[in-house]
Design a binder for this molecule. Structure first.
Ligand code: BTN
Length: 248
């Protein structure tokens, strides 16, 4: 635990905002803001993130030395770290859905949010938020979410130690992070090996546009390559992916 400076809180609006405040005050890399509950947990695309007591909700301050260009790899490293920690601690087969959702049996068990603060053309700091549905009850989630999420406790039938899970994630993440940029292929190769997206028929929502096709690969920066029905290959850097059922 001592390698990371963990600041623990009870109920907070969002660990993202707290971490940003600490980062702006000069707190060093690997300062971690951990909360038992969030009242305004945030997800990607400004969505809210269901964060009741029982789950693992934390944000990490990072101060990358690499070019802005590589920032997206932090999310991929975090997704790999979460998948590996879940697999090791629970034996459950977790997968990644592009770009960095973590799923078990097609239900979301963890999410990752990367928010970078820029100073001119460089990254001043990054706040990496990780939320893992460890010991929450999916039945208590809002209606629209209930059937799309799962929790580790529900799947393994016993309580998960949140801090053990967090340290396992951080240990894996710090090693993967040290590979950016020179050995970033290690992150991408691992990500691909855990991917449920590659090979799937998908619908991608990209900047207001919809693309249908088969996900065929991700490149060295994590961009998704989609082969459309017409045979064109489209490279997507941001967006949301829905896996479609194959009709044979
Ligand atoms: C997503 O999949 O949409 C990303 C979810 C990220 C949730 C985590 S929980 C800890 C941190 N604090 C937040 O408000 N969000 C992130």
């Amino acid at each position: 635990m001592s390698r990371y400076n963990v600041l623990k809180f009870n109920v907070v609006p969002s660990t993202m905002d707290l971490a940003k405040t600490y980062a702006a005050q000069g707190y060093p890399e690997w300062t971690v803001i951990l909360a038992t509950e969030q009242t305004g947990g945030r997800g990607r695309y400004g969505r809210s993130w269901f964060s009741p007591r029982g789950g693992l909700w934390f944000s990490v301050i990072l101060r990358p030395k690499f070019e802005v260009y590589y920032t997206s790899l932090i999310g991929f490293a975090a997704a790999v770290a979460v998948v590996e920690a879940i697999r090791e601690l629970t034996n459950l087969e977790a997968f990644v859905k592009w770009p960095n959702d973590v799923l078990i049996k097609d239900k979301k068990v963890a999410g990752i949010l990367v928010e970078a603060t820029l100073l001119a053309d460089r990254v001043e700091f990054v706040v990496l938020g990780i939320g893992v549905n460890t010991n929450i009850s999916s039945k208590e989630a809002p209606n629209d979410l209930r059937n799309r999420i799962c929790s580790l406790k529900e799947l393994v039938g016993k309580e998960i130690q949140n801090e053990t899970m967090m340290v396992a994630i951080l240990d894996k993440l710090s090693l993967l992070y040290s590979h950016i940029p020179e050995k970033a292929h290690v992150i991408i190769d691992k990500w691909k090996s855990y991917s449920s997206t590659i090979g799937s028929l998908i619908r991608a929502k990209v900047r207001g546009r919809e693309i249908y096709g088969r996900a065929i690969d991700v490149d060295s920066l994590g961009r998704l390559l989609i082969r459309t029905g017409e045979g064109a290959v489209i490279r997507v850097d941001v967006g949301e992916v829905i896996h479609l059922r194959e009709v044979s």
